[in-house]
Write a protein that binds this ligand. Sequence first.
Ligand SMILES: Cc1cc2nc3c(=O)[nH]c(=O)nc-3n(C[C@H](O)[C@H](O)[C@H](O)COP(=O)(O)OP(=O)(O)OC[C@H]3O[C@@H](n4cnc5c(N)ncnc54)[C@H](O)[C@@H]3O)c2cc1C
Length: 243
Amino acid sequence: VTHLIQTATLCRSVSLSEQTCHLEFRVDGTDEFPYKPGQFVSVREPLIEGKQVTRAYSIASAPRAGRFELCLNRVLEGKMSNFLCSLPEGSQIHFRGPHGLFTLREPLRDSMFLCTGTGVAPFRSMLQWLLADPSRHEGHELWLIYGTRWETDIYYADEFRALDQLHPNFHYLATLSRGSHTWTGLRGYVQEYAKGIATSRPNNGAGTVHAYICGLHHMVNHTREMLLSLDWDQHDIMYERYD
Ligand SMILES: Cc1cc2nc3c(=O)[nH]c(=O)nc-3n(C[C@H](O)[C@H](O)[C@H](O)COP(=O)(O)OP(=O)(O)OC[C@H]3O[C@@H](n4cnc5c(N)ncnc54)[C@H](O)[C@@H]3O)c2cc1C
């Protein structure tokens, strides 16, 4: 029942960069916490002079008994993000959920997962889940196109690289918009690589490929408009905006 407020205990807090943290929670009092990859929780805490603040965070891990993980950025002067990133291990949070319709479409198609920054969170959940069982992804090409400014902001790179090596049908592309001269990987914006993949397909991938987009509205809108301009059906483009 998703309207109930539950509590969870922070088991592990890891900083992924200066402004980003990875948090692992155990739901209190139960091993049951079913959700679909891509869904989010609403964290609710009395942060402003006792007044409740509620913020959504995508779950960054595939469903596992009574556990979930988050990946979040400290937003400048942001109430909840700074509270959570500074939270000591062992602390309790209040939350509702799981919520949200940003989930994998069935039947699965060849799929592009397009994100920037912590927008990778729901895709870590989806891809962990999909790639855990051949029957979930066999016969389909999957691309994770992950854009950030700098190399230090590519989160979970080792995990995605390992999955890329293990699964010939999973392709991990990390691209930097402001990479230093030592960066030898891809450069440029997510939508350019998404366009490259779409246009390499018959009919620009329209009707045969799904796109999932997650991040700040600017990137989501640009990428969506690019695919619509290639005659994609809007129903084949799923998106989640963080702001
Ligand atoms: C469905 C959904 C899922 C989300 N999942 C995640 C997630 O997995 N990881 C994550 O880091 N965030 C996620 N967000 C964003 C998150 O809910 C908060 O908006 C964010 O953490 C800021 O909250 P805050 O209380 O710290 O800042 P606030 O006190 O609300 O805001 C402080 C200032 O920062 C600006 N601001 C608000 N959000 C952002 C932002 N995301 N980036 C830059 N500036 C911002 C505001 O305009 C405001 O001026 C998600 C949002 C939605 C709607």
